[in-house]
Design a protein around this ligand. Structure first.
Ligand code: Z5A
Length: 207
């Protein structure tokens, strides 16, 4: 039987770092083996694409190049990590996946849904997450949380609030379209409450 495919999504400063730990610990406490990965990234080649995408030295990219690079990294992650693990019956927890392309490139960069869905159909026509946890946080609060982080903003974090509002709205609309796959978590609450909500969502899905 294939493993469970769990993805985590949300805007900047939503608390994905703690959430990834909460999910891993919950799976481990149920004796399930899990592989952790992230997007863009995961394999050595995909991590190099990540660096290209996030390093401010890259400078501006056309939105379409950005989208294609996200999917190039995704293809590597799928081939190198996600598909082999799921086939072996191992769970996969992925920090962002195609919903991020829908939100950031489709809505944020205003490329539209068609381009993203075309690439999704090409790269993973047969696969979608079993559960997507969307950590939802107001843009201003998320930005406040990541302000002053070491190293300054990466290339994607240099986006303006209007862009981030479009990203947030797109995530919420996607969650409305697929209520059986998404659970929206109010990530404006204190971290222990967010972790408890994540554990509840996992219990509900696989009680
Ligand atoms: N991207 C894309 O455009 N298209 C795609 O297809 C994909 C990705 C896959 C890299 O993602 C970037 O790529 C991302 C989307 C884009 N763009 N940006 N920006 P990433 O996931 O690696 O980077 P990120 O979203 O910037 O992660 P982040 O800023 O690290 O967010 P986070 O993981 O949610 O933040 P955190 O480190 O967990 O928390 C930030 C701080 O807030 C930290 O000090 C926490 O202690 C604090 N925090 C978090 N939650 C709370 C609560 N509840 N209370 C109080 N304090 C909190």
């Amino acid at each position: 039987m294939r493993g469970r495919f769990i993805t985590l999504e949300g805007g900047e400063g939503a608390g994905k770092t703690t959430a990834m730990r909460t999910i891993s610990e919950w799976l481990a406490s149920r004796g399930r083996e899990a592989v952790i990965t992230r997007e863009p990234g995961g394999t050595p080649a995909a991590e190099r694409i990540r660096d290209l995408l996030l390093n401010p030295e890259t400078g501006p990219l056309t939105p379409m190049s950005e989208l294609l690079l996200m999917f190039a990294a995704r293809q590597e992650n799928l081939a190198g990590i996600i598909r082999p693990a799921l086939s072996a019956g191992t769970d996969v927890v992925c920090d962002r996946f195609t919903d991020a392309s829908r939100a950031y490139q489709g809505a944020g960069r205003q490329l539209g849904a068609a381009a993203v869905e075309t690439l999704a159909d090409l790269v993973h026509p047969d696969l979608k997450p079993d559960l997507t946890l969307l950590l939802d946080v107001p843009v201003a609060l998320g930005m406040e949380r990541i302000r002053g982080r070491d190293g300054g903003p990466d290339r994607m974090e240099q986006n303006r609030p209007e862009f981030l509002e479009r990203v947030r709205e797109a995530y919420l609309r996607q969650a409305e379209r697929e209520p059986e796959r998404f659970v929206v978590i109010d990530a404006a609450r204190p971290l222990p409450d967010v972790s408890a909500a994540i554990e509840n969502a996992l219990e509900e899905k696989w009680r």
